[in-house]
Design a protein around this ligand. Structure first.
Ligand code: SF4
Length: 196
């Protein structure tokens, strides 16, 4: 939940002190909201503290302080949508899931040459395309590899296709290398941007 709209390096930097202060859902649930807001301030999005506090209370009161290992039950928690529920299940159980967030959608669109505009995360056809590219449902480690690729190489602007380990499988990467070699031979200018 903290990774939503907050950079991974910021979460990595501050998560240790949050876990130290609130080692269990019960520890957070029995604390004032103001203390949770203070602890989560480095992550931004103040409204999120209320949601996470409420989630801790539900986990404590309805699930004996345990995270349920069931997709439907996870989706009943405040602020938990399909992505967080699937990521939680994959991480805690090693189960196979399909994760669609802005990062995996961006990589999939480029790899498969999908022309989808706007927020495509909840579209069934996009989810099916991502699952197909990954060979069906897959583990948290595989998805983390895609998310790492998206954060470091297949970035939003100017993806670094020349350094990408999957450029030979990617429609955008193949087109990009074609544009690059053309610019090298005819003196054209290579922008590295996605085609509109
Ligand atoms: S080749 Fe380029 S567009 Fe394709 S996945 Fe790699 S970085 Fe992204």
């Amino acid at each position: 939940m903290l990774l939503l709209r907050t950079r991974a390096d910021i979460v990595a930097k501050h998560i240790g002190s949050v876990i130290e202060e609130f080692p269990t859902p019960h520890a957070m649930a029995t604390t004032d909201l103001s203390a949770v807001e203070r602890a989560l301030r480095p992550f931004g999005l103040r409204w999120r503290a209320r949601r996470i506090h409420e989630t801790a209370r539900v986990l404590t009161n309805a699930f004996s302080g345990q995270v349920p290992l069931n997709l439907e039950l996870l989706l009943e928690l405040p602020g938990v949508g399909p992505y967080v529920a699937s990521a939680t299940l994959a991480t805690l159980t090693g189960g196979r899931v399909v994760l669609t967030d802005t990062n995996t959608v961006r990589v999939a669109k480029r790899v498969a040459g999908l022309s989808v505009r706007g927020d495509a995360r909840r579209r069934k056809d996009v989810q099916a395309a991502i699952a197909s590219l990954m060979g069906g449902q897959t583990t948290a480690a595989d998805w983390l590899a895609v998310i790492d690729l998206a954060a470091t190489v297949c970035v939003l602007r100017d993806p670094r296709c020349a350094d990408c380990p999957i450029k030979g499988l990617c429609r955008h990467g193949i087109a990009d290398s074609g544009r690059l070699s053309q610019s090298n031979t005819v003196g054209g200018r290579h922008s590295g941007r996605l085609p509109a």
